[in-house]
Design a protein around this ligand. Structure first.
Ligand code: HEM
Length: 219
């Protein structure tokens, strides 16, 4: 029965071809450092799933943000677990994406023909840091408020355009409901859209070109 369903779908969707192209590829002899990209992909998926669940109860307004998080932690079934995974997943993802970048750099994987994989990677790294920065404000507690005050102040020290950047980030001169709404929108819509699109290009390049071998003494 299952094989009949598979055949029916395969005839229409070409599942076998997708499997062969995506998973049944020749790979050079690699080591554990090559798992860091997939680890990052796994963590991003976890962040997306837990983040979607968090939006069910989180309210992005100064009056309700803090209380809605307290409710997630104490009132919602397994809310503490979902938030905990999202919190620690964020930290882990920053670590794995950074280590993955170091791996590709030290193994020279950024060279021809993988420059585009590297360039999309750089934007992915910056977007991941942006996710951390925007997510940090959302609990709207003292730590979040003052960390973002300092973070946006640092952006304000950029020569010439600093105060412009600071006011765009804050949506005014001080942190307010506008800042929270802005950070929330960027955290759940803008940056995830950029990250998903870029992961698509990044993985397409990995599949198309194949991964680099571990550099040897002769390289
Ligand atoms: C959300 C972030 C990212 C995800 C999900 C991701 C995912 C992946 C995966 C699954 C691979 C293939 C397996 C591997 O080599 O680990 C890969 C390869 C690669 N990634 Fe990333 N990556 C990310 C960020 C980055 C960053 C920040 C850089 C560098 C600035 C980068 C540069 C590369 C390069 C050059 C390769 C090719 C490696 C090779 O051919 O040996 N990636 N990435």
């Amino acid at each position: 029965m299952a094989s009949k369903v598979y055949e029916w779908l395969d005839e229409r969707l070409g599942l076998g071809t997708i499997y062969d192209t995506v998973l049944d590829r020749n790979v050079p002899k690699v080591n554990w450092f090559y798992t860091l990209g997939s680890a990052t992909l796994f963590l991003f998926t976890m962040q997306a799933v837990t983040g979607i669940f968090l939006t069910v109860y989180y309210v992005p307004s100064p009056d309700h943000a803090y209380d809605s998080i307290q409710y997630i932690m104490n009132g919602v079934a397994f809310g503490w677990l979902i938030r905990g995974i999202h919190h620690w997943g964020a930290t882990l993802m920053v670590i794995t994406v950074f280590l993955h970048m170091l791996r590709t750099f030290y193994f020279g994987a950024y060279k021809f023909p993988r420059e585009l994989t590297w360039i999309t990677g750089v934007i992915l790294l910056l977007s991941t840091l942006g996710m951390g920065f925007t997510g940090y404000l959302l609990p709207w507690n003292q730590k979040a408020y003052w960390a973002t005050t300092v973070g946006t102040e640092i952006a304000g020290t950029v020569p010439f355009i600093g105060s412009f950047i600071e006011s765009i980030l804050r949506g005014g001169t001080d942190l307010s409901a506008v800042t929270l709404a802005r950070f929330f929108a960027v955290h759940i819509w803008f940056l995830p859209a950029v990250i998903i699109a870029l992961i698509g290009v990044h993985i397409y390049m990995v599949i198309r070109i194949g991964i680099s071998a571990v550099p040897s003494k002769d390289d």
